[in-house]
Design a binder for this molecule. Structure first.
Ligand SMILES: [Zn+2]
Length: 317
């Protein structure tokens, strides 16, 4: 990984963040810019002509054509929030800057809100990041591997088949020079041919040439039209093979993140959005200065999600 390119890039400093997103009006304007870069459009009738109604916390955009009233948060994951937008933006910032992730507990301390509030906010933001990343497919050369996460001990491949752990598939695409581009990490129902075929159809384009170890289920990436080659590890630990360098680095970063900040994390239930959030950050690691805005963007395109839906265990398929 290009050290200079990633680790020494210019990010968004905290003073710069405060300068840009320090007030409610600034955050409201930032959301309006993200949602309607070419000016307001009515979500009901697509009309552009509107008036502004002041008086409540957020100003209302009233459509002249159909009289529908809208706000910058209506129809997004932030809909009907009681929290100031500055708290949302500070959460976008903290989640985006935390290289090894942040726990809801840390978030609650840093935002100065109750743990439950931070948990909800964190869950919603991770969900938005996760959904945003689901929308594209990996292309070209791809390394793929299996692992187990959750349970009592974080990470590790030693326990293939062990109980209380969630099977996950990790994949990373490489460019022509062999540098990592995009990562996808998802929980799967199991390491079966069927589960991997479903996974491949959802996450890989047919242009992919996939490299895996000899685990049988990986050959079903062919279901997505990809070519596949398996490296026979011949008794060596796959971590020692240069062919799998990037996927190993990715999984090792994930373990660090998980064990460092998510001890109390209910991975069995919420692993999907956690992994999606991890990949979102990884996939934008060259653009640290834009991270806050990109998370705000993900929050704008994500549909509202009531608390009860957020507490339900996610589907892995
Ligand atoms: Zn309208």
């Amino acid at each position: 990984m290009g050290r200079n390119a990633i680790q020494f890039q210019k990010g968004l400093s905290f003073p710069e963040f405060q300068q840009r997103y320090g007030t409610e009006a600034q955050c409201e304007e930032a959301l309006a810019q993200i949602r309607w870069p070419d000016g307001f459009r009515c979500p009901r009738c697509d009309g552009a002509v509107h008036g502004l109604v002041y008086g409540r916390r957020l100003k209302r955009y009233q459509c002249r054509q159909c009289s529908h009233q809208s706000t910058v948060t209506a129809g997004t994951i932030m809909e009907a929030t009681k929290l100031p937008l500055t708290i949302w933006f500070l959460a976008f910032y903290l989640i985006g800057q935390a290289k090894t992730g942040i726990s809801s507990l840390q978030l609650s301390r840093q935002l100065g809100v109750a743990y439950n509030t931070a948990w909800m906010l964190h869950g919603k933001i991770l969900r938005a990041m996760s959904e945003r990343d689901e929308s594209y497919l990996l292309q070209g050369r791809v390394q793929i591997d299996d692992a187990y996460f959750g349970g009592e001990r974080p990470g590790g491949k030693a326990g293939r088949g062990s109980e209380n752990k969630v099977p996950i598939v990790a994949a990373i695409s490489l460019n022509a020079e062999g540098h990592p581009i995009h990562a996808k990490i998802s929980p799967v129902p199991g390491f079966t041919l069927e589960a991997l075929a479903d996974w491949a159809r959802q996450h890989l384009s047919s242009s992919c040439s996939v490299l895996s170890d000899g685990l049988a289920c990986f050959r079903s990436v062919a279901a997505a039209g990809c070519s596949h080659a398996a490296v026979v590890t011949g008794g060596r630990h796959p971590n020692d093979l240069p062919e799998f360098r990037w996927i190993n680095i990715l999984l090792s970063n994930l373990k660090t993140s998980f064990s460092g900040t998510f001890h109390a994390f209910d991975f069995d239930k919420y692993g999907k959005r956690y992994l999606g959030g991890f990949c979102f950050r990884f996939n934008r690691r060259f653009k640290m200065a834009e991270m806050t805005e990109r998370i705000a963007n993900a929050a704008c395109v994500c549909k509202p999600c009531p608390e009860r839906a957020l507490r339900v265990a996610e589907h892995y398929a």
